[in-house]
Design a protein around this ligand. Structure first.
Ligand code: RFL
Ligand code: PHB
Length: 392
């Protein structure tokens, strides 16, 4: 097989890259090691910055997002039993939208499959095993994999390493420049068939740990609780989850207890691999960086990387100009580090740190107090939360 751009991973990064390239007349094949059903049902992010929504709309894949996405104009920070609203739209003129990541993935897969086979190649290959990249520093890199037990090879001009944090692309690069912080806690996340506790998201700091009330629709709640990094979800029967949520969110009957139909633990990590390019292999999204979910930045940073990469490749194919590709990492990293800073800051301000002394505790509350009472501080939070401008 041969294509122009081989893309590893059918998450938001790989699928969006493939779709943007298709719109620019560039062929690609996405190779995914999981099934279509698995990637369409994987529960993850939920919050899109306005710039991400605009990117998907410009790419023509936002019809359902426009119909079903929930636009939000503010968030609530809750601590010491009191809620404080941060009026995002009033402060920045922008909104954020709740729309599940798996819905974005479904819309992108539908768009890619609708484009059909190009020069004999399917747009997406699911269930690929033993995926490996070769000769990435040469002019003709290659991807190999097996499908239904048959060994296959894909020759290409470039490879998009969009295979997430546990993928094979980053480990294929020597001498990585990596920066990392692992947090001493995780999030237990659930989906429940119940009305959201409030129209807007509630981020709660509590002495027993952080809690977040978000949603997927007007009848599905998404709720998170800070837990131990190696927490066993089996130790969290439904009654314990509701009990903790009531206590940490400080809610009464407005927190409706519905059927919990999904439960999972997410470790918390800040990670940046500054080596985002090696020869003709480009890393994007979670393959290159991870943020703790408190700032809701992961998928949004992935979309921003892909905008730069797609334009760089377009410029290469249109004019043989490698200028933007050569600056890919530098351009992306400026925005990535700001997303890292914001996610680290929100995480530090809102979580319980075991062993924190009373001084640290009071500084944390003072910070929240400042953010919720100073227009300048609130605006700083708001402009990062709704998303900083794209670099190009
Ligand atoms: P993904 O989504 O991990 O996709 C990578 C794809 O590559 C496949 N793959 C391989 N394919 C072929 N060969 C291999 N060897 C492969 N190894 C892996 C995988 O199966 C997968 O399909 O990375 P991508 O596309 O870069 O997208 C990044 C986002 O998924 C991630 O940043 C967000 O989910 C983070 N995140 C949030 N981001 C937001 O912008 N807003 C949020 O509100 C938000 N909340 C969250 C989150 C992540 C969470 N978890 C579970 C990590 C909340 C949570 C709880
Ligand atoms: C979500 O809706 O899953 C979500 C929202 C905001 C966050 C993290 C996750 O900060």
């Amino acid at each position: 097989m041969r294509t122009q751009v081989g893309i590893i991973g059918a998450g938001p990064s790989g699928l969006l890259l493939s779709h943007l390239l298709h719109l620019a007349g560039i062929d690609s094949v996405v190779i995914e090691n999981r099934s279509r059903r698995y990637v369409e049902e994987r529960v993850r992010a939920g919050l899109l910055e306005q710039g991400s929504v605009d990117t998907l709309a410009e790419a023509g894949v936002a019809d359902r997002l426009r119909r079903e996405g929930l636009a939000h104009h503010g968030i609530e920070l809750r601590y010491d039993g009191t809620g404080h609203r941060i009026p995002l739209t009033e402060l920045t003129g922008r909104t954020v939208t709740i729309y599940g990541q798996q819905e974005v993935v479904k819309d992108l897969i539908a768009a890619r499959l609708a484009a059909g086979t190009v020069r004999g190649n399917p747009p997406v290959i699911f269930d690929a095993a033993d995926v490996a990249v070769h000769d990435v520093t040469s002019g003709s890199p290659r991807v190999t994999f097996t499908r239904d037990g048959v060994a296959q090879s894909l020759d290409c001009d470039f490879i998009g390493g969009c295979d997430g944090f546990h993928g094979i692309c980053r480990p294929a690069i020597p001498d990585l420049a990596v920066f990392e912080r692992v947090y001493p806690f995780a999030w237990l996340g659930i989906l429940s068939r119940s009305r959201p506790v409030s129209e807007e998201l509630i981020y709660a700091r509590h002495r027993d740990g952080f809690a977040l009330a978000t949603m997927r629709s007007n009848s599905i709640s998404r709720l998170y609780l800070q837990c131990a990094p190696d927490e066993d979800p089996a130790l969290w029967p439904d009654a314990r989850i509701w009990d903790e949520l009531h206590r940490r969110l400080g809610c009464g009957s407005e927190l409706e207890e519905g059927e919990i139909f999904q439960k999972g633990v997410t470790p918390m990590r800040s990670f940046v691999c500054e080596t985002m390019r090696h020869g003709r292999l480009f890393l994007a999204g979670d393959a290159a960086h991870i943020v703790p979910p408190t700032g809701a930045k992961g998928m949004n940073l992935a979309i921003a990387d892909i905008r730069v990469l797609a334009r760089g490749l377009e410029r290469f194919y249109r004019r043989q100009d490698t200028g933007l590709l050569d600056r890919y990492a530098e351009i992306c990293l400026r925005r990535i580090w700001k997303g890292q800073r914001f996610s680290w800051w929100m995480t530090s301000m809102l979580h319980r740190f075991d062993g924190a002394d009373p001084f640290e505790h009071r500084v944390q509350v003072a910070e929240l107090d400042y953010v919720c009472t100073s227009t300048a501080a609130m605006t700083t939070l708001a402009e990062n939360y709704v998303g900083l401008p794209f670099e190009v």
